[in-house]
Design a binder for this molecule. Structure first.
Ligand SMILES: [Mn+2]
Length: 377
């Protein structure tokens, strides 16, 4: 068994803080999970970057302020990897932890009960001058909103991410483009920090892993992904209960809304060089009519991309008048991240997004034009 409990420092018995000079690591001594976890080998991250991240976190005192941030309109991977890692830091004895994301402080319903949610604060309550900023699932500074102002202020900024389009905007960049989720990177760093998995951390990381892999269906669902899932499930969490809550529960209004949005889908079998494109759109008025919040639209790309006659699926969601969040998916024939990057967004080869302007038809025409260009070059 790993001698995790021998890590020195932290709180003395009775909760009396040890002198700062003696504090090196570890709160109440973590209990080993019984798994001798060797740090996962994750492509794309240099040993020096891992070492720099571990050193930066170990150098913190228990009272140092740590600000965790994930991307605007957070999804399961953003929130799950951020909160799971935050709980790991708490296990290490760090007491000043806040987690946030830019924009409205509106956590999607399926993620509201995640362990560590007590650490979530609205962006205006973020620490002003934290000793460390940790950023999760963010490919570019543009996804940080006003929180980008913390970057020059913090002495250390560590980015954990898996987007191939990541711009390397952190001081320390743990960016693994072949990782299925940011939670894979988060777990690897927790392992290097000697933090054992427990059920709370595992629930967060499992939600992150299962959402970003589409319930272990997508391209990057490797043996390592299933091995990580096994380690998480071994803590006692219930995949069935979590999946029911995250994937298989929605309000009646959301179901009616999805019926309308799917009912207006259009298929252009000749688009993308004959590979086909299917698309649909949802407006703010649609949401209001069914009293739903924008997050209910996130999963609607899945039925759209199931269409057999199209390699490319596009979901155009109105954010505000004339501004659209555009989700792109490919079955494999087309690299949609190139289209997204060309239009100011980012993402992965088979799943990407950008912010569009104009009418839905105009936004989709831009996508079609770029696809033709890419395919005829
Ligand atoms: Mn992700």
């Amino acid at each position: 068994m790993t001698a995790v409990s021998s890590i020195p420092g932290g709180m003395a018995p009775g909760g009396v803080p040890r002198p700062a000079s003696a504090w090196s690591f570890g709160g109440a001594a973590p209990v080993s999970d019984g798994l001798d976890r060797a740090p996962a080998v994750i492509g794309g991250v240099a040993d020096l970057e891992w070492a720099a991240a571990v050193d930066a976190i170990r150098a913190l005192g228990p009272d140092d302020e740590v600000q965790l941030i994930c991307h605007v309109n957070p999804d399961g991977d953003a929130l799950g990897s951020m909160l799971g890692f935050a709980l790991g830091l708490r296990r290490l004895g760090l007491t000043r932890l806040r987690a946030t994301f830019p924009g409205d402080f509106d956590v999607p319903e399926p993620y509201k009960g995640l362990p560590g949610s007590d650490l979530l604060v609205p962006e205006h309550e973020a620490y002003r001058a934290p000793a460390l900023v940790l950023i999760f699932d963010v490919a570019a500074e543009s996804r940080l909103g006003a929180l980008v102002e913390l970057l020059p202020v913090a002495p250390v900024v560590i980015v954990l991410d898996h987007h191939a389009s990541n711009t390397g905007f952190g001081g320390i960049n743990l960016v693994a483009p072949r990782a299925a989720a940011t939670s894979v990177v988060a777990e690897a760093l927790l392992t290097r920090l000697g933090v054992p998995l427990d059920a709370e951390i595992a629930e967060c990381l499992y939600v992150a892993l299962s959402t970003d892999t589409g319930s272990f269906k997508f391209d990057l669902t490797t043996p390592e992904v299933h091995e990580l899932a096994a380690r998480l499930i071994a803590t006692g969490i219930s995949p069935a209960e979590i999946s029911r809550r995250i994937f298989d529960t929605r309000p009646f209004g959301a179901m009616k809304l999805s019926g309308e949005v799917l009912g207006r889908a259009r298929l252009d079998a000749g688009a993308a060089g004959g590979r086909g494109l299917v698309w649909t759109w949802a407006t703010q008025a649609d949401l209001e009519r069914h009293a739903q919040k924008p997050y209910v639209l996130e999963s609607l790309i899945d039925p759209v991309r199931s269409v057999a006659e199209a390699d490319v699926a596009v979901l155009v969601k109105e954010m505000k008048a004339g501004e659209w969040a555009v989700s792109l998916r490919s079955k494999g024939a087309v690299d949609v991240s190139k289209v997204a990057v060309a239009l100011g967004g980012g993402g992965h080869r088979l799943a990407a997004g950008f912010t569009g302007h104009g009418s839905p038809e105009e936004v989709v025409q831009q996508v079609k034009d770029l696809l033709e260009g890419a395919l005829t070059q």
